[in-house]
Design a protein around this ligand. Structure first.
Ligand code: ADE
Length: 229
């Protein structure tokens, strides 16, 4: 998979790229590159933003700045680019990131992530240069960079190269294998710690019973989450 991240803070991704699981994926073929939108800005003094029409607080990243950065990278009109490539704006106003969206994105050969800052992008970036607008939750971050890392992490762990043990990817929280429910609890040694034991069923050796216990636990976690919504 080929991932490009357009940002005003490319250095944020240096740390991310160095993390073991991402590094392993890069070593086995993932391309993860950053594009500094300031480097190609057509505006004087390296400016990338402007005040919002209609007034109000904050600054908005200009559509011409984003167009210049996309054109420089892909040598193509961004309006045409979206016909053939997934281009994602990170914004709290977008569609929530879910396990199924992560799976869907993982099946793409390439993806571009556009990270906003300040009040985000001019709406015409969403409307004409993007295929998706994605939010990682109902809270506002200071920019799209952390959201982009969340998306990259969730998406790339779906890639077959990400897993030594294939089963761990199949039966995880919100997967089809668990019917979209959160994963069941896990226990490991010691079997007793400060008087806290482990569920007997897990050492019964009865795989059928273990399976039903896990399903029931998953369902009960789903119900708990629904109650707290
Ligand atoms: N940018 C700022 N807040 C965000 C959020 N919650 N999700 C995605 N991008 C964002």
């Amino acid at each position: 998979m080929q991932i490009d991240v357009f940002t005003l803070f490319p250095e944020w991704f240096e740390w991310f790229r160095e993390q073991r699981h991402i590094k392993n994926l890069i070593d086995t073929g993932l391309s993860l590159e950053t594009v500094d939108m300031r480097a190609t800005t057509p505006i004087a003094n390296n400016r990338v933003d402007d005040t919002p029409y209609g007034g109000g607080a904050g600054m908005v990243i200009r559509v011409d700045v984003v167009e210049a950065a996309l054109r420089a990278r892909y040598e193509q009109d961004p309006v045409e680019l979206v016909q053939e490539r997934r281009v994602v704006v990170l914004s709290p106003t977008g569609r929530p990131l879910t396990d199924s969206l992560a799976t869907e994105l993982a099946s793409e050969p390439a993806m571009t992530l556009l990270c906003g800052r300040y009040e985000g992008f001019d709406q015409r970036v969403h409307d004409h240069f993007a295929t998706d607008v994605i939010s990682i939750g109902d809270y506002v971050l200071s920019g799209g960079e952390l959201a982009a890392m969340v998306v990259i992490d969730a998406v790339t762990r779906k890639l077959p190269e990400a897993h030594g043990d294939e089963r761990s990817a199949l039966e995880e929280s919100f997967s089809q294998a668990l019917d979209g429910a959160p994963e069941y609890p896990h226990y490991t040694r010691p079997a007793e710690f400060r008087g806290w034991g482990i569920p007997e069923v897990l050492v019964s050796g009865n795989h059928g019973e273990i399976e039903s216990w896990r399903r029931a636990q998953s369902e009960s976690r789903r119900n708990q989450r629904e109650k707290s919504d």
